[in-house]
Structure formats: C-alpha cells, structure tokens
Design a protein around this ligand. Structure first.
Ligand code: EPU
Length: 337
C-alpha cells in the first residue's frame, strides 16, 4: 500500500455517518479497509499538512458542520473464534465491524458474555474507547486484549486490560484522544456461561436461560426506553452519570431520599443524570432544532436540520440548569469533533 494510492474523497458528506444526523462535511474523507491503510492515512495527513480525525460508527460524536481536514472512517471487517476451550471462548473482531452484529454473531453460536451489551450502536473499535456499558455489564468485564495503531510511534501496539486503564465510560484511548486507533478487539467469554441478571429489568427472567433469551430481553428494554436513532436521531446517553462525593450528593439526597444513587468502591456515589435532568423539568424540552427526548431525559435528539451549535447550546442549557437546581456538574458523553 503506497501513500499515493489512498483514495481521498473530496467534500466528504458525513450527514449519514453520525447517529445524530447532523449535517456535516469534511474537506476530505477516506475509508480505512485494511490495517496498513491506517499508517498510510497518517503519512498522507502529515505530507499534506491537513489535520486528521478518525471516525467509527458515528454514534457517540457531535460533528461540526465543516471540517477542514481528513476524516478517516474505520471500515475494516472480519470476526473469528480463536479458541474454544472448556474455560473460555476467545473471539476477535476487526474495528469496523458493527458492535451489535458482533454480539448477535456470538449469541447465535451459543456463546454468552456480551448479550447484555446487545443493541448498543457503534462499531467494535469504539467499544473499548469509552468502555461501553449497559444492563449491569461493560466491555471491560470480558476484555482480553486489543491492537491499536499508535500515532506517536507509528507502530502497532497490543494492549492488555491493565494497559487500557478502563473505568466507567473511560479508557486510555479516551484520555489520550487522537493518539491511538483501535484496529481489532479480542474478548474472552468465560465458560460455563452464567447470566448477569444484576440489572433490575433482567432479574425476573425465568429458567431455563440462554444468552439468546437474555439478549432478547435486553433489546426489548432498550426499545422500550431509548428512542431509535434511525427514527429520532440521537447519540444515546448524552451525559455521563455523575460520580460525586457524599458531600456533593448530600443536598440531592436530603431533598429526595429515594433519588437513584449507586455507592462506588471509592466511597463516592453515582447519581443518575437522567433523573437529575427530569427533576430539573427538562424532559421533553425543545430548543430550536434540538431537544431532550420525552422517553428518556438523558437522550438529546435532533428535531431536524440541527447542527453542532444547536446541540452545544442545548447541552450548555441542561448543564447550567442542573447545576443551578442541584449544584451537580454534568459532563457530556459524546466527543465533539
Ligand atoms: N431516570 C429518570 N428519568 C429519565 C430517565 C431515567 O428519572 O428520563 C431514572 C430512572 O428511573 C432510573 C435511573 O434514572 O432510576 C437510571 O435510568 P436507566 O436505567 O435508564 O439508566 P441510565 O443510568 O440513565 C445507563 C447508561 C445507558 C444504558 C442504561 C442501562 C450511562 C450514561 N448511560 O443509563 O447507556 O443503556 O444505563 O444500563 O451510563 C449510553 O451510554 O449511550 C447508554 C444508553
């Protein structure tokens, strides 16, 4: 693969490549279909002096209207079972695979371990970046290793779980944004399978259970709570659930003793951003071309023709209102690119 053979697409339209459906164009776009093309893309950007950004499924980003650089879309494919022993199944997928299709593929083969994470939009490569989580599980729970391109050294690097420094919706890839491009992910699914029914909405599932049954319930729960981005464009949870000290949480819990809160190992507690936003009276809010879903207060929606400025103005309003009402600072989950 020579640098010059990279196919740069001028005036690249990203409007259908982000789940918020924001109108967005990039001066150039390029599809990364093989791992070596990542190196070539970085070389090409360096040569041309243009900035470069990497996009996966576009489900956790707020894209600016115009980007004066190169947007590279990770579109590598492939998934396989590497080991199937009495203790575990080791599965691998390329970064450009659709996360949910990967989950469904494991479940179809009877492998359990990621069924609670079914239905999450986005790609396999993005999953470890923000350590995606739902229904009592997160990708870190079954993580084996990953391979990423390191833009600082120009080399590929294999990361163990410890290297990734996973935390709630966080990892080294998010903290050092722009440095690494995840190329492939390996998960170690433990055997025998034990269903994870910690989340309240799963606790009443009746035996006999298999991963497919749990996945079906998870998809049902998601469908009943979260608006579908194909119908109502959105980026899932727009704010992280704030993890705060007990002193910070005290005014909330004094006024609302039953407010959802989840004590953390470090003595802090996690509050529910959706609950805080709803209590602030913002559920269903409409502000210009953007709004808050009537179904889930954590979901910012595009009412049609919104751009990044509309989304940013709405997010700023929500943060200021929640801070004024409860003294709690919210932080956006999607990345503004
Ligand atoms: N709540 C409200 N009003 C709302 C929404 C929620 O009061 O409009 C309350 C609920 O009653 C509940 C609490 O908030 O007591 C938590 O709600 P929910 O179970 O819907 O979960 P969440 O904390 O809002 C998190 C993840 C979701 C994930 C769900 C299910 C974050 C930021 N979000 O949402 O992830 O699907 O749990 O496990 O951690 C995403 O990241 O894009 C995402 C959708």
């Amino acid at each position: 693969m020579t640098v010059s053979s990279l196919d740069l697409i001028p005036d690249f339209d990203l409007s259908a490549r982000n789940t918020l459906a924001l109108k967005s164009r990039s001066r150039f776009g390029v599809m990364i279909e093989t791992p070596d093309q990542v190196t070539a893309v970085f070389a090409r950007a360096e040569e041309s002096g243009l900035p470069l950004r990497i996009l996966g499924g576009g489900s956790n980003v707020v894209l600016s209207s115009g980007y004066e650089g190169i947007t590279a879309v990770v579109a590598t494919t492939g998934r396989r079972v590497l080991e199937d022993t009495e203790e575990h199944v080791l599965v691998e997928a390329a970064a450009g695979e659709v996360w949910h299709d990967f989950v469904a593929w494991t479940v179809e083969q009877g492998f359990g371990g990621i069924e609670n994470l079914a239905g999450i939009p986005g790609t396999v490569g993005a999953a470890p970046v923000q350590n995606i989580g739902a229904y009592g599980a997160e990708v870190a729970d079954v993580f084996d290793s990953l391979v990423a391109y390191d833009a600082e050294t120009g080399a590929l690097k294999t990361f163990t779980a410890a290297d990734c420094a996973f935390a709630y919706r966080d990892s080294i890839f998010k903290r050092e944004a722009g440095r690494y491009v995840v190329l492939s992910l390996r998960l170690r699914l433990p055997k025998p399978w034990a269903p994870n029914l910690r989340f309240a909405g799963l606790a009443d599932l009746e035996a006999p259970l298999d991963p497919a049954k749990v996945m079906a319930r998870v998809l049902g729960l998601r469908g009943s709570k979260l608006p579908d981005w194909r119908v109502t464009p959105n980026a899932g949870s727009f704010f992280q659930n704030p993890i705060v000290t007990l002193a910070e949480a005290a005014p909330v819990l004094a006024a609302f003793p039953t407010a959802p809160n989840f004590p953390q190992a470090d003595g802090r507690t996690k509050l529910s951003a959706g609950w805080l936003i709803e209590q602030t009276g913002l559920k269903g809010l409409r502000m210009g071309r953007a709004g808050i879903s009537e179904r889930h207060a954590l979901v910012v929606i595009n009412l049609g023709e919104a751009d990044a400025d509309d989304i940013a103005a709405l997010a700023a309003h929500v943060k200021a209102s929640v801070r004024a009402r409860f003294g709690i600072a919210l932080h956006e989950e999607p990345i503004f690119l």
